[in-house]
Design a protein around this ligand. Structure first.
Ligand code: DC
Length: 224
């Protein structure tokens, strides 16, 4: 079976993880949520009262952080299941500041590249096609209108039982999009060879069908 690397990048809340997860499942690949890793680092810093501006302190604690995923793709921080906590607003509101710290990015990219050695992975994030796997066989850049993204995220948070208002969600998305796209170190941008999928008017099924078609064209032979 020929295994490829699939990179999915895009703004916050445009459905990257939904697509990446289902694509990985259909191909029999491993799904890796790179954003969860930045969220876990953020949670650790918040718990220890370390700000994103304290780069030396961050550099000193990074080697103490063991990040891994269990078989349900839930994030483990030093063995503790933090999946629930990293999705809360207190983390969402600070994660972009932490993800802009070069020391944090360097450590995360190293670990992500290591995870990709086995190939047969779908990884979603902001810099996967540009920095982490510039040679990925398939790069997808996912977009959706900002209104659609805010509505989807609001609904997702509600279903998961995290209280929020649509205004709060819109503000958080705009804040994160701005920092993620303008930071100096590996800002969110579309790789030159990425294929755009705008899912504003696409059903999940239609989006998955398109991505599977692209994966097969890129050489993936999987269980789909
Ligand atoms: O995908 P997400 O919303 O869970 O990501 C959380 C934050 O982490 C997001 O605001 C930007 C950052 N991030 C990043 O800088 N690079 C990645 N590869 C993934 C996420």
């Amino acid at each position: 079976m020929h295994k490829i690397i699939i990179a999915i990048d895009g703004h916050s809340s445009c459905g990257k993880s939904t697509l990446a997860r289902s694509l990985a499942q259909r191909l029999g690949y491993t799904y890796i949520d790179s954003g969860a890793m930045y969220r876990a680092v953020t949670l650790y810093l918040l718990r220890h009262g370390i700000s994103a501006a304290e780069r030396e302190r961050i550099d000193a604690v990074l080697p103490k952080l063991q990040l891994s995923f269990n078989d349900k793709n839930e994030m483990l921080l030093n063995g503790e299941n933090v999946e629930h906590e990293i999705r809360q607003m207190k983390v969402s509101n600070y994660v972009s500041e932490v993800a802009a710290v070069p020391e944090v990015r360097r450590a995360m990219v190293e670990q992500q590249q290591e995870m990709g050695r086995q190939r047969g992975i779908v990884m979603d994030g902001r810099d996967i096609g540009t920095v982490v796997f510039p040679d990925a066989e398939l790069k997808i850049f996912l977009t959706a209108s900002s209104q659609t993204r805010a509505q989807r995220r609001h609904e997702e948070l509600r279903q998961k039982g995290y209280p929020s208002t649509i205004a709060e969600v819109e503000k958080n998305l705009a804040h994160r999009d701005h920092i993620d796209s303008t930071r100096e170190d590996s800002p969110l941008k579309q790789a030159a060879d990425a294929i755009i999928i705008d899912n504003t008017r696409l059903s999940r099924e239609a989006q998955l069908a398109r991505a599977l078609e692209l994966a097969h064209q890129a050489g993936a032979t999987g269980s789909s």
